[in-house]
Design a protein around this ligand. Structure first.
Ligand code: ZN
Length: 357
């Protein structure tokens, strides 16, 4: 099979669906990295360039707010909206300079912060009017704390709005374990960590005629990196869900585009199994947080003698430390750490060098 050709810039609409279809046929998936500012955004785009595949760049609610500045008041999610929209414009402008395709996404949005997605959709519709394409490729709604009926009803309402501007919706069925971005599911009943194929079928029936959507199905996956514990990863749930829809609704193979949350700390075999069942997107956050922070810690340790005063270091009491204390010196070390970790993720997911752009 030939590599998929794709233009640099933000990938939206039917082109995004073509990318997902291609990923399922390879099979391979793309990493979705949570970013918090220009350092992680630019590192993510550089990783796509080095890996030869599109990168999914996503803002969590907290990440969007952080991009605006933690100083700001976030009443009615206004600062989180502004920070996410500003990040989207940053990515749109610079993706062309990096020469890479980017899928621009936002992560978990629960009912209590839904004004965040509302605000981003307002900006998205305005952008669509002016440019004929949406600002973001997709948003996630995570209504897994609500009943299945409410989850699907609300998701359908949002998908109707999003389909009009060529956007894709990600939904969550079941619960991703662990803790991320201030949402703690560590104590959730373990049966909820495994989505039932019936729930996935109900979601398919409700949404597939409205527009494009992806499904984050729970199969024991967990946010964060922990020592192996009681929760067992059961990727076979993903296959059972695909097979159930194919059998009951007469679709082709792998009718759903699946999302793997909590990719950090997963083994290569677990990742490969998920990808073979139609996972097209794997979220990675904790591993790239570590990849950003650890080289900075190493820089600080290695340059300790230069970082306690502006003048005076092991080379002499009158020697200046300006070059060592410039934040660009250590921030770039962190950026390079993110790039290396993401290129590794592309490799694990099978998407490295599968695209041409
Ligand atoms: Zn997640």
């Amino acid at each position: 099979m030939g590599k998929m050709k794709i233009k640099p810039g933000v990938v939206t609409g039917s082109q995004l669906q073509e990318v997902f279809e291609y990923c399922k046929s390879v099979p391979c998936a793309m990493p979705a990295v949570n970013v918090v500012g220009s350092n992680s955004i630019n590192a993510a785009m550089q990783s796509a360039k080095e890996a030869g595949a599109p990168i999914i760049i996503q803002f969590s609610n907290g990440g969007g707010l952080f991009n605006a500045g933690k100083f700001l008041d976030n009443t009615d999610q206004k600062a989180a909206v502004a920070g996410s929209v500003a990040g989207a414009h940053h990515i749109r402008l610079l993706a062309e300079y990096y020469g890479v395709p980017v899928i621009l996404h936002t992560d978990h949005c629960a009912k209590k912060i839904i004004k965040w997605v509302d605000g981003m959709l307002d900006a998205g519709e305005e952008f669509y009017k002016a440019n004929g394409e949406p600002l973001f490729s997709s948003h996630m709604l995570d209504l897994s704390e609500e009943s299945l009926e409410e989850n699907l009803e609300t998701s359908a309402t949002y998908l109707e709005r999003m389909a009009k501007i060529d956007m894709t919706l990600e939904i969550e069925l079941g619960v991703t374990g662990g803790e991320e971005d201030g949402v703690d599911n560590s104590d959730v009943d373990s049966s909820r960590l495994y989505t039932q194929p019936e729930e996935v079928l109900a979601a398919y029936d409700k949404l597939h005629s409205i527009g494009s959507f992806t499904v984050a199905a729970a199969f024991g996956n967990t946010h964060g990196v922990y020592k192996p514990g009681n929760v067992k990863l059961r990727p076979i749930i993903l296959k059972n869900s695909q097979d159930r829809i194919q059998a009951d609704r007469g679709t082709g193979e792998k009718p759903l585009d699946l999302v793997f949350h909590g990719g950090s700390g997963s083994t290569e075999a677990e990742i490969k199994e998920g990808v073979s069942y139609g996972v097209v997107k794997m979220n990675i956050d904790t591993d790239t947080q570590w990849a950003f922070t650890h080289p900075i810690k190493e820089y600080m340790d290695a340059n300790d003698g230069y970082l306690h005063s502006q003048i005076g270091n092991p080379e002499g009491a009158d020697q200046p430390n300006k070059k060592k204390i410039d934040p660009r010196a250590w921030l770039h070390a962190g950026e390079k750490g993110i790039v290396a970790r993401l290129v590794e993720a592309f490799d694990d997911l099978g998407s490295k060098d599968q695209f041409e752009f």
